[in-house]
Design a binder for this molecule. Structure first.
Ligand code: ZN
Length: 133
């Protein structure tokens, strides 16, 4: 019998565990939100996307840690947009401001699900913001 086990991760909490937690958390906060983990319609160089009007988040990231951070970032976009329900988020806010909000709210999501620290460090998170500029 073949066992698909990786000794390195045995008994440890991995980024995959946190993806489940974050997905459940976002679905609890925003039941209307649709999350597509394997959004094949996204370009190869796009890790994730949030469509505010369509209430949709798509991920396009092969690594579990990358997917976790992409979901937190896109979740940050969605969460921050819900804080301003009377605004057209894409029309009324500059892209740089929307990215700043996604960075701040996304980090809050990472902290709330308990992934802050060994799974996603502040340095890891900072790099996602730098790459977005
Ligand atoms: Zn973004």
């Amino acid at each position: 019998m073949v066992q698909l086990k990786n000794k390195e991760y045995e008994g440890k909490v991995t980024p995959s565990c946190y993806i489940h937690a974050l997905e459940a958390f976002l679905k609890c906060m925003f039941p209307e939100l649709e999350i597509e983990r394997f959004a094949f319609n996204l370009p190869d160089n796009v890790a994730g996307r949030c469509a505010y009007e369509e209430k949709w988040i798509g991920l396009n990231e092969p690594s579990a840690k990358g997917a976790l951070m992409a979901l937190a970032h896109e979740g940050g976009h969605y969460w921050s947009s819900r804080r301003y329900p009377d605004k057209d988020f894409e029309e009324d806010f500059e892209r740089s401001w929307r990215e700043h909000l996604a960075y701040a709210y996304g980090w809050r999501l990472i902290c709330l699900i308990g992934a802050k620290g060994t799974t996603v460090s502040k340095d890891d998170w900072r790099k996602t913001h730098d790459a977005d500029k």
